[in-house]
Ligand binder design. Structure first.
Ligand code: AOF
Ligand code: ZN
Length: 372
């Protein structure tokens, strides 16, 4: 065979195993914050001899989980890891050292680690120790898996996903405010799977009043993990009877406000005082910084129209996911974004990196709001 063909073959093999490592990493999504979700495999003679994933912050890193599972079989094996191995003494000893000690032959790396404690040092240490390092294997997929964590580690704010459901005519509710339900069951189940993977879910006071949602994660078999629930209530005026303040959950409910006053709500409800924005309301940047400091790496914004407008206007949305239901509400229902909007269609907010899929009877459109 030609050299070019060998190289193609090697790459296909590397990508095959990295895809399997990604599947390991996914198991940690929503459970490792403020750490990334990472997966690792040890491969010898074309066989997976061990796998590992990072299961929770403070626990062993994926590479170490796989090395421990492999024991002596790690010697001479290839290690696949979705994120560059660390090189620092943190809550656990550096993975780079464990990899060298185990006698691993080659290391295949997906994402690079922008954490200043790592940032290339892990790969450099391995190379100095005589281990061959193959970089950027399925880097795009690996980066996407931890997109939230990359935002958090580099910008010290949570990654924001805005999720909404609209009718064909762009309404999130009818003229009376009724919104149950815009989409079908499959789309609603998809939302619960998303909640299971994020650290916090946020809504505005209007939505809290109108819909009185629980915002918990309901998955078949009760496998779900509740995210922290955040409600914007600038002047602390929401009624205490709301389900948000009572629904039982291990995760707290945070009331983000900008009031001088304080008030007592049920157990598990915390008040978080933020700066007041110049245009009124809670200062969103201040709130995001405070959530990031608590380890929130991924925030899901779930309405309503005013909250959407504020996050979008301030350029704080990293990804938007809108379900479009094949129905027409007509009339004066609320639309997706409560803002006046530009005069010219040419100035409408555009999405980049657009992805479309069918979910049950609805269509899901996701994309990244393009910066002007
Ligand atoms: C993880 N899991 O599998 C890998 C990580 O706080 P520590 O000591 O656990 O270190 C966390 C950092 O280690 C994390 O921010 C990332 O840069 C690096 N790699 N972290 O939690 C893992 N491989
Ligand atoms: Zn590590």
């Amino acid at each position: 065979r030609s050299r070019a063909r060998d190289a193609l073959f090697d790459r296909a093999v590397a990508e095959f195993f990295m895809r399997r490592a990604l599947r390991e990493a996914e198991k940690g999504l929503g459970r490792t914050s403020p750490n990334p979700a990472v997966g690792a495999l040890l491969v010898k003679n074309g066989r997976i001899v061990a796998r590992g994933h990072h299961a929770r912050a403070g626990g062993p890193h994926a590479e170490v989980v796989a090395l421990r599972a492999a024991g002596a079989r790690a010697r001479g094996a290839d290690l696949y890891t979705t994120l560059e191995p660390c090189d620092h003494q943190g809550k656990t000893p550096p993975c780079s050292r464990a990899i060298l000690e185990a006698g691993v032959r080659r290391v295949f790396v997906g994402s690079r680690d922008p954490n200043p404690l790592v940032n290339g040092k892990g790969m450099a240490r391995l190379e100095r120790g005589g281990v061959a390092v193959v970089k950027d294997v399925l880097r795009g997929d690996c980066d996407r898996l931890n997109a939230h964590w990359f935002t958090w580690i580099t910008e010290r704010r949570p990654h924001v996903t805005l999720k909404a459901a609209v009718t064909l005519d762009g309404k999130i509710a009818t003229r009376t405010g009724d919104a149950r339900w815009v989409t079908g069951e499959a789309a609603r189940a998809w939302v619960h799977r998303l909640r299971d993977r994020v650290d916090a879910v946020l809504i505005g006071a209007g939505t809290a009043r109108a819909d009185d949602p629980e915002l918990t994660t309901r998955l078949p078999g009760g496998r779900g993990r509740d995210a922290i629930r955040v409600v914007l209530d600038t002047d602390l005026s929401l009624p205490a009877r709301l389900k948000l303040f009572h629904a039982r959950s291990a995760a707290p409910t945070i009331v983000a406000h900008a009031s001088e006053r304080s008030r007592r709500l049920g157990p598990g409800v915390e008040l978080l005082r933020c700066r007041r924005a110049r245009r009124g309301g809670v200062d969103l940047r201040d709130l995001l910084a405070k959530l990031a400091a608590r380890g929130v790496t991924h925030l899901l914004v779930e309405g309503g129209a005013c909250v959407h407008a504020r996050f979008l206007e301030e350029g704080l949305v990293d990804r938007i996911a809108v379900f479009v239901a094949p129905k027409i509400a007509g009339g004066d229902g609320l639309s997706l974004v409560a803002s006046r909007g530009p005069a010219r269609m040419a100035d409408a907010l555009r999405l980049a990196d657009v992805h479309v899929e069918r979910v049950g009877e609805d269509v899901l459109v996701t994309g990244v709001p393009a910066a002007e």
